[in-house]
Design a protein around this ligand. Structure first.
Ligand SMILES: Cc1cc2nc3c(=O)[nH]c(=O)nc-3n(C[C@H](O)[C@H](O)[C@H](O)COP(=O)(O)OP(=O)(O)OC[C@H]3O[C@@H](n4cnc5c(N)ncnc54)[C@H](O)[C@@H]3O)c2cc1C
Length: 448
């Protein structure tokens, strides 16, 4: 009997996959990183099966890499050699949806958009909406503390997480938080697990806050000579308390890539585009701020079809960038008042290092996604791309920002971690990891 056979006997038939041709398809994520070769993939159907797999891994000292939809952009779900990939994708039931309490209880493999659709049937919505919403899972969203387009008004995943069930590294199950909107008994363990990138426990159930579904939004589309004016408009909209439900910025390079692909009749003078929405009143005040900040063109619409088309355009940014080559997608976040400056620093980094960078931003959150494009033939980003990325990270930190607003550290951002976290903070991180996972088996080498 091989070691793996001892796992197979502990689980129902079909749960353990060891065919290398199949396990390879569970090994990577949406980064360029080359994954290791997993020992096997386990696809549990319930918490008891997760416990069985994690206990087996602890006994045999096999690393465990939790995995949701594999849409991550930081390498968090990338397999390491000899690991057990724990795919939570088949634990995808919505166990309860309670309009009375404004919450849903879900398994980790539920697809983000499926939960939102189910909530809408009750006049509710699940607010956090990463652009990958049709393929990412709630477990992955919790583990990365994912953001999205609506987060400028409704908050990131942490704000939606009321309680969790988590399988710890030794196979014990812990329940955190609960069904109440308030609750301060004990430390905030829910907050600790949210954003822990699979390094502290495996999330097997979540109780999530739902919100009343808002009215159809009014939308503003504004174009500007450059991203700095668009960023200034975004900062003014937020600073003036206009409460946009969406505020997205696309730079010229991104618009050009979309235009080359889809033909959107891009004006040669357009240097940036801002898309703003309001779901609790007219959008005229936001349109005014765009004009005052130097917009060339401002259009307001209350047509839901036009709003949906503009969001589709925004969601084309990532695939349009990928048509140009392989992409290193970054995720810096700065105080909103420094957004214009951050765009300037990205432009400077691109020029200095002769790098191709396309940038979109969740402008209302000060969260920018520079896509560093490089030759698909290269196994990893070439030195000039890393040099440009380094300059962008340094700039973000100098402006009072952070390395990652919503994608997580994963494997990609570890090299900059000690520039943001001081010695004491890093020590605390390692102690927490040690306390919860003393054998270091949960997603080793990630996030820290
Ligand atoms: C086109 C595109 C657009 C995107 N847009 C956004 C965006 O707007 N906002 C945003 O925040 N992100 C965005 N992302 C990134 C990605 O979709 C998010 O990080 C998402 O939350 C990952 O979910 P997933 O289910 O795919 O997780 P995976 O990629 O499978 O895993 C991500 C991390 O979570 C851990 N994990 C997964 N499930 C569990 C679990 N049950 N328990 C413990 N740990 C777990 C993994 O180990 C890994 O560290 C985008 C990605 C793409 C490809």
């Amino acid at each position: 009997m091989t070691t793996l056979d001892t796992l197979i006997t502990r689980l129902p038939p079909g749960r353990v996959i060891s065919d290398p041709a199949v396990t390879a398809s569970y090994a990577g994520d949406q980064t360029h990183l080359t994954p290791g070769v997993p020992l096997a993939v386990v696809a549990p159907r319930d918490t008891a099966e997760v416990v069985a797999a994690v206990r087996w891994a602890a006994e045999h000292r096999v690393p465990v890499v939790p995995r949701g939809g594999g849409t991550g952009l930081a390498g968090g779900a990338v397999a390491t050699d000899g690991c057990l990939v724990l795919s939570l994708a088949r634990m995808n039931r919505i166990r309860e949806l309670s309009p009375a309490d404004g919450l849903a209880v879900v398994e980790p493999g539920v697809i983000n958009a499926d939960l939102d659709r189910a909530a809408r049937e009750h006049g509710l919505m699940y607010a956090p909406d990463p652009s990958s919403y049709e393929s990412c899972t709630i477990g992955g969203n919790l583990a990365t503390n994912a953001g999205g387009l609506r987060c400028v008004k409704y908050g990131v995943t942490r704000e939606a997480a009321l309680g969790l069930e988590v399988v710890l590294a030794d196979g014990r199950i812990v329940r955190t938080g609960g069904r109440t909107v308030k609750g301060v008994t004990g430390y905030d363990l829910t907050g600790l697990f949210v954003g822990s990138e699979g390094t502290l426990g495996v999330i097997t159930e979540a109780t999530l806050r739902l919100r009343p579904a808002p009215a159809a939004p009014a939308t503003v589309l504004a174009t500007f000579p450059g991203p700095r004016q668009a960023a200034a408009a975004a900062a003014a909209i937020v600073a003036d308390g206009l409460r946009p439900s969406l505020l997205e910025l696309l730079d010229r390079a991104t618009l050009q890539a979309i235009d080359d692909w889809k033909g959107i009749d891009l004006d040669p003078g357009t240097g940036a585009m801002l898309i703003a929405q309001s779901d609790d009143g007219p959008a005229t005040a936001m349109a005014d701020r765009c004009e005052q900040s130097g917009a060339d063109l401002v259009a307001v619409s209350s047509d839901p079809a036009e709003a949906a088309a503009l969001l589709d355009l925004r969601r084309l940014a990532h695939p349009a960038a990928e048509r140009l080559g392989a992409c290193l997608v970054e995720d810096v976040c700065v105080p909103r008042s420094r957004l214009a400056e951050m765009f300037h620093r990205i432009e400077t980094a691109a020029r200095t290092h002769n790098a191709t960078i396309l940038t979109v931003a969740h402008a209302g959150d000060g969260n920018l996604h520079p896509f560093f494009v490089f030759d698909r033939g290269e196994p990893e980003p070439p030195p000039h791309v890393w040099a440009a990325a380094d300059e962008v990270f340094t700039a973000a930190l100098e402006l009072g920002g952070t390395l990652t607003g919503e994608h997580g550290v994963g494997l990609l951002k570890r090299r900059w971690l000690d520039q943001e976290l001081d010695e004491v903070s890093l020590d605390l991180h390692h102690r927490i990891k040690q306390a919860l996972d003393p054998k270091g088996l949960l997603n080793p080498t990630k996030a820290l």
